[in-house]
Design a binder for this molecule. Structure first.
Ligand code: URP
Ligand code: ZN
Ligand code: ZN
Ligand code: ZN
Length: 474
């Protein structure tokens, strides 16, 4: 039995900011109050620090085969880096292949994470086809595995892309079973044509990655997914929104009362398309899909977070070394593995660029970085808040320390930082996962493999009562 008392900090949740102590027993928050006392408790001094709920990252790809290679950060290095960065829960994407039983794909993902993860984790399940076998398996995926979100790719033709019929049937099925459908919204068919055309014209540099995936094709696919969701009377979460064209579709749908949620990522908030033009092929470090956009889109995304048109910031962690992996695309941008290293910096970047620069409030920060994802993905109130009965996943954060992001000092395995040289203000000092320190005074003190798999609740329901609607909008 371990008992800890976190004393003297400023607790910040999605709704409140206040001074109080937190009593933790056996990994659970037992009491919150003023001047708490407890015999035998280990006292942790949090004065001068914000006490945040641990970050919930709804979008990671660890140990994932993609683009002819495998992401360099796995569930060990990726979750250690996440912990350093203040994230205590991730939901990773389990890929599937046509014809393979869903359970077999999930077993593969369990094997990647078990014995390695240092923070708690769940899985989203990719849906690439809907047929009798898949429909027969899905109830068990939800009830036994607690996988309550399905991912459909509208891009990556001939690799991951599903057709509109599959998306529509997934939306119908998710509505029936209590799951949330996630989409990568880009028009993969048209992109495929534009990429072939560019390569024929010898346009091979990284910048053509962006130019062959214009914002119109993200806006179009987002609008299409929204309309199919309306037709299916279902619910949708659009991952990695990058541009005004997509934000407009989501905002309009939400104004009509549709249950549409939108995520963006730190890279789209602070980097832009010109990064793809960096010399010596370094533009390859900035290849994401959808691509980085013209810089004016950043303000649109910040405003959308501020006014609630977008609700979450995921990392889309998908790291490849520059040497030997990103370099696979020298001479052909379409062979650059898509994705980048963000898991460690997501939390601090949003605090520094968002809260410190007065683009969002500190309570919005907590909602965006932790609480909302927890509610949307069936983790609330166990994760995503500081409340009696919740897991003691807690970040002690120094809001004033200034530092420079760099591959020299990050804890991911990947050999570069997408934010090299960038100054941020604020840093997680200590991080607890279920009441145990995993980061203490900026050092990893956790145990490899201590992260637990989390069976998540159905969309819109809570731990306490499966019939109760979570107030997702509050
Ligand atoms: O470029 C990206 N985003 N890579 C990861 C896979 C995905 O599309 O989310
Ligand atoms: Zn399992
Ligand atoms: Zn994607
Ligand atoms: Zn992704």
């Amino acid at each position: 039995m371990t008992v800890k008392l976190i004393r003297g900090g400023t607790i910040v949740t999605a709704t409140d900011t206040y001074q109080a102590d937190i009593l933790i027993r056996d990994g659970i928050i037992e009491a919150i109050g003023l001047q708490l006392e407890e015999d035998g408790a280990e006292v942790v001094d949090a004065s001068g620090h914000y006490v945040f709920p641990g970050g919930v990252d709804p979008h990671t790809h660890l140990d994932m085969p993609f683009g002819g290679t495998v992401t360099i950060d796995d569930f060990e290095s990726g979750t250690i880096a996440a912990a350093y960065g203040g994230t205590t829960t991730i939901v990773d994407f389990c890929l599937t292949t046509k014809g393979e039983p869903l359970q077999s794909a999930l077993d593969t993902w369990h094997a990647k994470a078990e014995g390695k993860a240092v923070i708690d984790y769940g899985f989203h399940l990719m849906i690439s086809e809907i047929n009798d076998e898949v429909l027969a398996e899905l109830p068990a995926v939800i009830d036994n595995e607690g996988v309550t979100s399905f991912k459909v790719f509208m891009a990556y033709k001939n690799v991951l892309q599903a057709d509109d019929g599959t998306l529509y049937r997934t939306l119908l099925t998710a509505k029936e079973l209590g799951a949330l459908v996630m989409v990568h919204a880009e028009n993969g068919d048209v992109i495929d044509y534009l990429v072939k055309q560019a390569l024929e014209q010898n346009q091979t540099d990284p910048i053509y990655h962006a130019l062959t995936r214009p914002p119109e094709l993200e806006g179009e696919a987002t609008g299409r997914a929204v309309r199919l969701t309306a037709l299916a009377d279902s619910q949708l979460y659009v991952v990695h929104v990058t541009c005004a064209a997509a934000v407009e579709q989501i905002a309009e749908a939400r104004n009509q009362g549709l249950e549409i949620w939108g995520e963006t990522c730190p890279q789209y908030l602070v980097l832009d398309q010109t990064d793809l033009e960096r010399p010596n092929f370094e533009g390859a470090k900035y290849v994401w899909s959808p691509p980085l956009r013209e810089a004016w889109n950043q303000e649109v995304l910040w405003n959308a977070l501020k006014n609630g048109q977008l609700q979450t910031v995921g990392s889309d962690q998908c790291s490849f070394n520059f040497k030997g992996q990103k370099e696979l695309g020298r001479g052909d941008f379409s062979k650059i593995p898509n994705g980048g290293p963000i898991i460690e910096d997501r939390f601090s970047l949003l605090f520094s660029e968002g809260v410190r620069k007065n683009r969002i409030t500190i309570n919005q920060f907590v909602d965006i970085i932790s609480t909302r994802s927890s509610k949307l993905f069936g983790l609330f109130p166990r994760k995503g808040t500081i409340a009696v009965g919740s897991d003691a996943d807690i970040v002690l954060f120094d809001p004033n320390v200034e530092r420079v992001l760099s591959a020299e000092t990050h804890h991911m395995k990947v050999d570069y930082s997408a934010f090299e040289g960038m100054k941020v203000t604020g840093e997680p000092v200590s991080v607890l996962s279920r009441g145990e320190f995993i980061i203490r005074n900026k050092q990893f003190v956790g145990t490899v493999g201590s992260g637990r798999y989390i069976k998540r609740n159905k969309y819109g329901t809570t731990d306490n009562d499966h019939a109760a609607k979570v107030m997702i909008n509050s």
